[in-house]
Design a protein around this ligand. Sequence first.
Ligand code: HEC
Ligand code: HEC
Length: 248
Amino acid sequence: MKTTLPARAAISCLILAALLAGSAQAGIPDTFTNLKVFPKDIGKQKLLGAMRDFSTALDVRCTYCHVQKTPGDFDSIDWASDDIKHKDVSRGMMTMVRNINSDQLPTATGEPGGMVRCITCHRGLENPRTLDRVLLDTMEKDGVDVGLARYRELRDEFYGAGAYNFSPSTLNGVAETLAQSRGDLDGAVKVLDLGIEMNPDDSITYLMKSKVLIIQGDKTGALASAKKALELDPGNEQAAKIIEQLNQ
Ligand code: HEC
Ligand code: HEC
């Protein structure tokens, strides 16, 4: 049978609607009994839209916040129950987001309304810490090597997802904090070496490594690193100056 394009589109719409009704909405009541932040008479579509936004923002399933009595059985979820702590934390987050958008943001910018949503901070993560924070906290607790292993894991899992900033500036910033605030020059060099492995064209990483090696007394290494920085970025005056001084 030959179907015209609009007819086919209509058919796939029907299929899609049936799929949505069958999977996501079966077992979900039409009225709600335990809403404390949303209006009590909120429509089902609107509530479920918000719930999907929550799930996407944190990259979790409904059962991250809602109690499922029989594992794997969607129909056994007790939607009204507050037994999972994440649900009540989320209520606090909803109120926070509402206040930011209705008060704090308009006050700060002088523009009406605001665009902050769960995903603005969460970016697909349950705990929306930034990558440099995750690395520095891990290094403080378990050492630099464990932090570097964590970087590789997170990069394998999240690269391209927008959850973490894998641009050279993150590792450079971590190295700077290790060197300046924690006095850990060896750790800083390890971080910069990982940076060179991951972003071999970043002149700033080489320049920073050169500076750390100077403090460590490794003149040869510092010179090689500064030369590499200048090669990648011929206009880099700092690298040129370091080379000039080291050659004297
Ligand atoms: C990050 C936490 C979180 C996730 C994930 C989540 N919810 Fe919710 N859900 C809540 C919160 C918080 C409320 C209560 C809102 C309020 O008090 O106004 C709620 C309320 C509900 C209710 C109303 C229950 C009642 O009777 O009061 C339903 C139904 C619901 N969610 C369905 C879903 C579905 C379906 C999903 C998955 C697509 C989902 N939720 C994912 C946090 C979450
Ligand atoms: C302004 C940034 C911001 C926004 C917007 C935001 N959150 Fe959060 N959220 C955080 C931070 C930061 C944490 C981690 C707090 C901590 O443990 O240090 C967090 C933690 C959470 C947790 C606890 C996770 C855990 O590990 O236990 C949940 C659940 C959560 N947020 C849900 C939401 C939901 C749902 C929304 C949207 C209604 C939202 N958040 C909006 C910043 C935000």
